[in-house]
Ligand binder design. Structure first.
Ligand code: F6P
Length: 577
């Protein structure tokens, strides 16, 4: 029984509300390729075969205004795409026909949209304001959410005010977040992106994720056990890498004068598996909650975001939440034609399913967003890397592009060559703030210029005639002109979006991350898949135990295949010597 207050439903079309009452998209996913709007888009794709962006801009002076939108402090220019206003209308029709409205409604209201685990996906509840209620199965989840925020406020205040002290009564100066995947990538992205908002009284945040002695050494090398607090961050409290690192951290702490008795001052946990954290030795009152209705890759808004709050303070953390909440409201209420997450999602569908683009590049032009792509990779690829629909039937079209990219301008001097002249079509999102937190000479003007010139170059390209004219202008003999011209031709007509924000702030960053969460969700709905489970990563974990047993045990049966056994022998031979 689900009851929601605080989400205005008036903007939902009546048919959508009625449809939601009679069917659940996650129980009966549509075969999107059989929808009339899909067929219309296939025909439209053929008609767009020779569409040329240069010509489209020349023919329509209003193209930029027509194909751009702003919300929540973000401005999206999507005019450099292989689309016309008609394409947008057809894509939006597909989103409507595929039931995106009902699906969003179901997710926000706590229906079990994660059907294979029979759970809701309620990360959006984590950013809803005080006063909202969300009753799921008789429990008002908002009480739990706001109680957890109060618990966070308390510990952040105590650490910032030097009231939380280590075993020698010295204040905490460093926090090490031990966690992996969603218990690492989101908090790392945000705490590093918001470095300019670090509190005077804040602490330095470090991240320990991989099960790799070298990483452990590098992270702990300059830390003082007396003033270091470890956050064991694991929804399951069963993740091998995290538990091994937590045990190593405990050994490290004890070897540096820490005592078992004062261990509680140096180890806290965020988890939905309270008992496992208690068994590890963490005091119950130092365990922060996580819930099975929040997916790991959507969890930075919960107490998993504690390192963020410790770095930037609770008021900034709440601004982050409220930025994400504004994007939630935009997603829920804005008509699809001007709905930023829906537009980005459907443009992605356009290229992936109708133009055959297999990968998607993200190119943030800001040092503080350098970890954005890693977070997006988990968010997108762990969510939508699926081959069956919610009801277990095979998908009928390609899903889940490869997400990659990195910070500009560095990429320009490396992999952008493939974007400009390679054979695959790779759509890209450029993300750039107008104002830098650290102005140096005219760096920001150049950074912004580089970003714009990349999307411009992708779109304009260089024709054979232009290439030849350029070479002739240099006075080269005609034979040389003809020899070199093919190498200088740049196909152009390559699509990109540009997202501009005034500067990076907690609110705008919250909106930006939520924007992509909803984009991924919409695409999952179109493909009919469950974006909230991740069974694919489990097999490797299971096999890992067997391989470990064979590496370390001498009477283990041989591996299932000769390659793996050969590699085990290689390791054992080296370690025996
Ligand atoms: O193995 C994948 C995964 O389950 C991710 O989905 C998750 O974010 C990560 O591992 C960490 O899980 P946990 O927070 O339970 O340690």
């Amino acid at each position: 029984m689900i009851r929601a207050r605080g989400i205005a439903m008036s903007s939902w079309p009546v048919q959508a509300k009625e449809a939601a009452l009679t069917m659940s998209y996650y129980q009966h996913p549509l075969d999107v390729t059989r929808l009339p709007s899909w067929n219309v888009l296939e025909e439209h794709r053929l008609a767009m075969q020779h569409f040329n962006m240069r010509e489209a801009f020349a023919a329509d002076p209003a193209r930029f205004e027509e194909l751009s939108v702003s919300c929540c402090g973000l401005f999206l220019d999507y005019s450099k795409n292989l689309i016309t206003p008609q394409t947008r209308a057809l894509l939006v029709n597909l989103a409507r026909e595929a039931g995106v409205e009902q699906a969003a409604h179901a997710m926000f209201n706590g229906e079990p949209v994660n059907a294979s685990e029979n759970r809701p996906a309620l990360h959006t509840a984590l950013r809803r304001p005080m006063g909202d209620d969300l009753i799921v199965n008789g429990t008002n989840l908002m009480r739990e959410v706001h109680a957890a925020l109060a618990q966070m406020t308390d510990i952040v205040g105590r650490i910032h005010n030097n009231l939380w002290r280590g075993y020698n009564d010295k204040p905490i100066t460093d926090v090490v977040n031990i966690g992996i995947g969603g218990s690492f990538l989101g908090p790392q992205l945000v705490s590093e992106a918001l470095l300019p908002f670090t509190q005077q009284s804040g602490v330095r945040c470090h991240y320990l994720a991989n099960i790799d002695g070298s990483e452990f050494r590098e992270v702990t090398a300059n830390l003082n056990a007396e003033t270091t607090l470890f956050i064991v961050s694991s929804k399951s409290f069963g993740t091998l890498e995290t538990l091994k690192n937590a045990q190593a951290a405990r050994t490290w702490y004890l070897a540096r004068g820490g005592t078992e008795e004062k261990l509680y001052r140096h180890f806290i946990a965020v988890t939905s598996n309270k008992q496992a954290a208690i068994d590890f030795g963490i005091r119950e009152k130092n365990i922060f909650p996580m819930w099975d209705w929040v997916g790991g890759r959507y969890s930075l808004w919960s107490a998993i975001g504690l390192p963020i709050a410790l770095a930037i303070g609770m008021h900034n953390f709440k601004d982050l939440l409220s930025g994400a909440y504004s994007m939630d409201q935009h997603f829920l209420h804005e008509p699809f034609e001007t709905n930023m997450p829906v537009l980005l999602a459907m443009l992605g569908i356009w290229y992936h399913n109708f133009w055959g683009a297999q990968s998607y590049a993200f190119l943030p032009y800001d040092h503080y967003l350098r970890n954005f792509v890693k977070h997006l990779q988990q968010m997108d690829m762990e969510s939508n890397g699926k081959s069956v629909r919610q009801d277990g039937t095979p998908v009928s079209c390609s899903t889940g592009p490869v997400i990659w990219g990195g910070v500009g301008c560095n990429g320009q001097h490396a992999y952008h060559q493939l974007l400009h002249q390679g054979t695959p079509l790779i759509p890209a999102d450029f993300i750039v703030p107008v104002v830098s937190h650290n102005p140096v000479a005219d760096h920001q003007e150049w950074l912004y210029a580089n970003c714009l010139s990349q999307s411009q170059a992708l779109m304009l390209g260089k024709t054979r005639a232009e290439a030849e004219a350029e070479l002739r202008a240099k006075g080269l003999p005609e034979r040389e002109v003809q020899r070199l011209a093919p190498h200088k031709v740049i196909p152009g007509n390559r699509p990109s979006n540009t997202l501009v924000l005034e500067s990076i702030s907690p609110g705008r960053l919250g909106a930006l991350i939520a924007l992509y969460e909803h984009k991924v969700f919409v695409q999952g709905v179109i493909w009919g898949i469950n974006s909230f489970d991740q069974w694919g990563v489990e097999l490797g974990k299971e096999l890992g135990k067997g391989v470990y047993g064979r590496l370390t045990g001498y009477d283990s049966p041989p591996a299932e295949d000769a390659s793996t056994q050969g590699l085990i022998d290689f390791f054992r031979g080296r370690h025996r010597g």
